[in-house]
Ligand binder design. Structure first.
Ligand SMILES: [Zn+2]
Length: 465
């Protein structure tokens, strides 16, 4: 806490001088010119992310409720706030927050309670706030401690003392605004510093650069088509970029290679609408192939659970045909996939032949009766390419196969043979948990590559490990 007071002062003093329009946007009667959260609250108000009580008051000292938190975060990252029915018995479609609550739940930013309630009026603690922000901004935290760590590392939040983050304290609207504004705009952070690692290019004839991630924010200038820019991070569909002259937010659908929905491809579907089915081969009484003391059923289950752990950090929906050492029949696996209304199906296996055969191959079912041949092949190709890059085994290619689980399915379906369990070279990778983690990441990235090509916005998930 030593020099932070000075740094905060510095940020607050410099900010209004370097970026215009923020102070002028809106002012609340109960947030005076010296209020610690003035700049943050005004910044969020300019983008319509926060609003007052209708009488010009912001109520900075009021505790944030779960409904308010879902709404503010939802607006910040551009979720659909249209009021509608939710899955919670205590959030009616007419609630001001129903749309944002349902969207935030779909995006796995916030969850309800096991009894089917959401408890919209319950207060949000600092620990919960850290987790919500981490999920919304893809900091890949898995619990409140790692979420708090993620926020402190980025200069978004500090502990209430040197050693205590204050997880259990309820958070006030003013402080929530400060943390949210800093998450959105790194220049508001303590010691503002981010890297610009995403190389991209402007594809619109003239792309506005804005002070925040929506058209509600003013433009600081525009960049002509073909200009190379460097991106830093993503807020919803917007990216914080810099060019030689300008810095700020641009709509990422006007940047090349950053994969925004292409009209007519995914019909505006979000990643959260997609159900992925992962099928670890064999199991229970069926060990599958074996070699060097290793059983296929164990290798593929561990790899599949690692894929699950990665997908669990995204808004994708996921169904596993098995998560333990049990044997669902092949028909049962297809039944599970269909009942889950799967959008893609990935069966994970290891191969065996004569000890000499080696390499990675991925199968898809190809018959005129199957409407998903092209997508199955595309998915197989993406996963195969990622696995080859990750494990560097022999390329046995993407092949047509006639396996039950891919033949009988009614969705793009593939079957991956990671390597040969009876081959001395391949088994080195198969038996190693570290290499299996790399295979899981490869399968995960392959799935992202597939969705990217289908026009879904998956850019931010590539940083997940
Ligand atoms: Zn197998």
């Amino acid at each position: 806490m030593r020099k932070t007071v000075f740094v905060i002062l510095l940020v607050f003093v410099i900010w209004p001088l370097t970026v215009s329009n923020i102070q002028a946007a809106q002012s609340f009667k109960d947030v005076g010119s010296t209020h610690r959260a003035l700049v943050s609250i005004n910044y969020l108000a300019e983008g319509g992310i926060v609003s007052g009580n209708g009488n010009g008051h912001f109520l900075p000292d009021k505790t944030v409720t779960r409904a308010e938190a879902a709404t503010m975060i939802g607006r910040a990252v551009g979720l659909d706030g249209t009021k509608r029915n939710t899955r919670f018995h205590d959030v009616g479609s007419q609630s001001f927050a129903s749309g944002y609550i349902q969207s935030a739940v779909d995006a796995k930013i916030i969850s309800g309670y096991v009894d089917g309630s959401f408890k919209p009026n319950n207060p949000v603690t600092r620990g919960e706030m850290a987790l919500l922000i981490s999920r919304a901004f893809h900091y890949n935290a898995t619990n409140t401690a790692s979420a708090a760590e993620a926020l402190m590392k980025r200069g978004i939040a500090q502990g209430i003392t040197q050693t205590d983050f204050g997880y259990t304290y309820n958070i006030k609207r003013a402080d929530f605004a400060v943390f949210l504004a800093r998450s959105i705009n790194y220049k508001l952070r303590i010691s503002p510093q981010v890297s610009f690692n995403i190389e991209t290019e402007v594809t619109a004839s003239s792309l506005n650069v804005r002070t925040g991630p929506s058209t509600a924010y003013g433009a600081v200038g525009s960049i002509p088509k073909g200009t190379k820019v460097q991106g830093s991070y993503i807020v919803g569909e917007w990216m914080y970029i810099r060019s030689s002259k300008l810095e700020g937010f641009v709509n990422s659908s006007y940047l090349s290679g950053t994969d925004t929905p292409k009209p007519g491809e995914n019909n505006g579907q979000s990643v959260a609408s997609q159900m992925i089915v992962i099928d670890p081969g064999h199991g229970g009484h069926d060990p599958g192939a074996s070699g060097f003391g290793l059983k296929e059923k164990d290798v593929v289950l561990d790899t599949s659970l690692k894929v699950k752990a990665l997908l669990d950090k995204t808004p994708f929906k996921l169904t596993m045909t098995r998560e333990t050492d049990v044997y669902p029949t092949l028909a049962k696996r297809v039944e599970i996939a269909k009942a889950a209304k799967g959008n893609i199906f990935v069966s994970i296996h290891a191969n065996k032949f004569n000890g000499a055969a080696n390499g990675t191959e991925t199968y898809y079912y190809s018959a005129a009766t199957n409407p998903y041949v092209a997508d199955s092949k595309l998915l197989a190709t993406k996963i195969q390419n990622r696995l080859l890059a990750a494990w560097n085994l022999r390329n046995r290619d993407v092949k047509k196969g006639n396996f039950h689980v891919i033949r009988e399915n009614n969705m793009p379906a593939v079957l991956v043979e990671m390597g040969f369990i009876d081959n001395e070279k391949d088994v080195e990778k198969l038996k190693s948990p570290e290499w299996r983690q790399k295979a899981a990441e490869a399968i995960f990235y392959g799935i992202l590559d597939f969705y990217k090509e289908k026009g879904f916005n998956v850019t931010s998930y590539y940083s997940i490990k």
